[in-house]
Design a protein around this ligand. Sequence first.
Ligand SMILES: C[S@@+](CC[C@H](N)C(=O)[O-])C[C@H]1O[C@@H](n2cnc3c(N)ncnc32)[C@H](O)[C@@H]1O
Length: 328
Amino acid sequence: MRTRSPDHGSSGRQRTASLDYDLRVEQEIETYQRELIDNSADGLVAAPAVWSIVEGLLARRIEAVTGCAGGVAVVAHELDQRDAPMFLSLGAGTCALEVNAIIPATKRPTTCTLECLDFNPETIAVGRGAAAERGVDFVGTVMDVNRLRLEENRYDVVLAWAALHHFVELDHIAREINKGLKPDGVFITMDICSRNGFVLWPENERVVDAFWQRLPKSHRYARTLGAEPQYCDRYPNVDCSLTGFECIRSEDVLPSLRRHLDEVHFVPAHALARRFFDTMFGGNFDLGRPFDLQFFLEVMIADELAIARQELRPDTFFAVYRKRVAAG
Ligand SMILES: C[S@@+](CC[C@H](N)C(=O)[O-])C[C@H]1O[C@@H](n2cnc3c(N)ncnc32)[C@H](O)[C@@H]1O
């Protein structure tokens, strides 16, 4: 999943614990104008090279569980099971993943109708342009997903990719997704399930701190805390939900989904990896250097083992749900 480390207020605005909703919306729109349009070559969040390797490893784990080679392949496979599928994406940003990766990976790309929702008018406009270029049947709607209202039994596949952890009304949204799915429809998500604000759980923090002690100074520069790289003597375990909607209720994402939909596949990941290798610190690593490679391998092995043994909590998950027909 191409996501950047949660934003810690690099726009320089004052951070307060009680930013009102409209101001958060404004900041969120500003952030993703920057991340998905101004600073992006392909409409997705730019990620360090090491993060692509982490994502590749997760794709293998998804394959082991679902039989499809990664999250994109799972969505394409589900679309392929239906004639003229109705495909909805929530918090779709520029719709680049849907238009440029998922739909081209299907066997009959022109039969699909793609509906994308986001409250950012600029990113939806980019999606509309890309869909027109590729001949994708597209409906882009600028709306607040927290106020989602879906037509009953309309969608074959609903997707939320790196988006649920930005939403506030999680129970309402999960209920609407369940309502909007056709009886054999599926909801697919790749998302963040960390502690709220992307703050580390105490047990994860102990392990992150131990690995952090081994990092040379050169690897302790955060790339997303401000305009310039910032030196961090310790891992900066700060609450990133104080501005915008980053991880605003991330620890409630899974419980809400499980209350309203039936889980088919669940792949937990990244108890540690995201803290070292995605956008905040990942740019400090070059796996061509012996220390970096050794450190990377040790973190990844510790991460996989801790997740498998349920000793640490995942920051990321991939999951597939089906409609709960008798939902209350
Ligand atoms: C991390 S980006 C993910 C974008 C896209 N799914 C991707 O993977 O590239 C989160 C997206 O959710 C959108 N978003 C956040 N809260 C929203 C809300 N309440 N309603 C609609 N869109 C929202 C943001 O504007 C942003 O485009």
